[in-house]
Write a protein that binds this ligand. Structure first.
Ligand code: FES
Ligand SMILES: [Fe+2]
Length: 415
């Protein structure tokens, strides 16, 4: 992120904290609860946003070496993603060309060839068909015509993209727009994958996304957890087409006030979250990245899956190892909300991060969302309200509705 943007955001957040006045979206909106339960709408979303729309599937660190591969089946088309020996990223339909069997059911690993478990046809990680068992019995096959079905794929700014349609158009520059250079500046490609958590919950995928749409709830819902690290009721927010940047202050912002601007660091004073249409929440910093991918259940609008992957910079992972070896403290899940543990150069590692970003989401945020989902299903409450201080909710719902040619949300006339 450009230095001038960082300073602007930090100043804006300080100003909001000083004035005790959160961001103002300019109006309140009515959001129909039906949008979380309507099956016809859910079918349209699945088709338009997942089956026929480019998908951001991970970071470069998910395929760390030549020969690395991973599989995905979150958006209806089974994917085998590989990195070949030249380091090039590929995406294929995870299906053998003989009888369509899934080529591998492993989540990830390293191998240059894939042998189909059914009759042992063999493919390279570049997709070529290189082996047919008992070809003298099967009959001759033009191997050049029966490689794995390759899907459009792109690795850009440290992000991995796939289009589930072999004829689909995939252009990350177009998808990121003006945010592209800023995303690039976080050096995502250097980060090392550490762990994944999967939350299968009873709430619509949009309701899961809504969790990331405001800081108004921090000091209420999260008063004993996240609120000890971040300030609520302050938000620097900007939209970029269908995407957005959402920044909120950490408690560390207070330490910047006594320092010259040249020493201000974004990591010390604010957290940054990018929403990338349709289902990505990306939380980058200099030291770590947390990537949330939120998927609907195509058979049930009231269910969704959130995949959360953590990545850390190699230097932080080294520091953690060194600290553990020398008996210095590393902040973990049990100490992360203890203010005393965060001073003195203690290191914030994957366990602490998982507690802040994942346990809280699971136990506090999604618990609220699941209760809203039950109310939406009952059908008695017809609308929810998005306040002036919830601009990301305005944008997310306006965006998805516009993409489906639905009428915009209705404004509420304030008394
Ligand atoms: S289905 Fe793969 S080899 Fe037969
Ligand atoms: Fe929350």
């Amino acid at each position: 992120m450009k230095r001038v943007t960082q300073i602007k955001i930090l100043k804006e957040l300080m100003d909001q904290l000083d004035r005790k006045k959160n961001i103002d979206a300019g109006c309140q909106l009515k959001n129909p609860t039906a949008s979380y339960v309507n099956r016809e709408l859910a079918d349209r979303e699945w088709t338009e946003f997942f089956r026929t729309h480019p998908q951001m599937v991970g970071l470069s660190g998910d395929l760390p070496r030549p020969g690395s591969y991973l599989t995905l089946q979150d958006f209806g088309v089974p994917i085998l993603a590989t990195r070949d020996k030249k380091g090039v990223f590929h995406a294929f339909l995870n299906a053998c060309r003989h009888r369509g069997t899934r080529l591998t059911s492993e989540q990830c690993g390293e191998q240059e060839h894939f042998v189909c478990p059914f009759h042992n046809w063999t493919y390279k990680n570049t997709g070529e068909l290189v082996g047919i068992a008992r070809e003298q019995d099967f009959g001759n096959i033009d191997r050049t015509q029966f490689g794995l079905i390759e899907l459009p794929s792109a690795e850009k700014h440290g992000l991995l993209w796939v289009h589930p349609d072999p004829n689909g158009n995939l252009d990350p520059e177009l998808l990121l727009g003006e945010l592209g250079p800023e995303i690039e500046s976080w050096n995502l490609s250097q980060q090392v994958f550490t762990d994944e958590s999967i939350l299968n919950k009873n709430l619509n995928w949009k309701l899961a996304n809504d969790t990331f749409g405001e800081t108004y709830h921090f000091t209420r819902l999260h008063k004993n957890t996240v609120s000890r690290i971040f300030y609520g009721d302050a938000l620097a927010y900007e939209t970029f087409g269908r995407n957005h940047r959402f920044c909120f202050p950490t408690r560390g912002i207070d330490t910047l006030r006594t320092k010259p601007e040249t020493e201000w660091r974004m990591d010390t004073g604010a957290a940054v979250v990018y929403y990338l249409f349709p289902n990505i929440q990306l939380v980058p910093s200099e030291k770590q990245i947390t990537l949330f991918r939120i998927y609907p259940d195509p058979n049930d609008p009231s269910r969704s899956t959130t995949r959360i992957r953590q990545y850390f910079s190699p230097s932080i992972l080294e520091s953690i190892d060194e600290a553990k070896a020398s008996g210095r403290p590393v902040i973990d899940a049990s100490t992360v909300y203890d203010p005393d543990s965060r001073g003195g150069g203690s290191i914030f590692g994957p366990d602490a991060s998982r507690e802040v970003f994942i346990s809280t989401l699971d136990q506090e945020d999604y618990s609220m969302g699941e209760s809203t989902q039950r109310v939406a299903e009952a059908g008695v409450l017809k609308h929810l309200i998005f306040g002036r201080n919830e601009p990301a909710l305005h944008h997310f719902h306006a965006t998805f509705r516009d993409a489906l040619n639905l009428p915009p949300l209705e404004q509420i006339q304030e008394p």
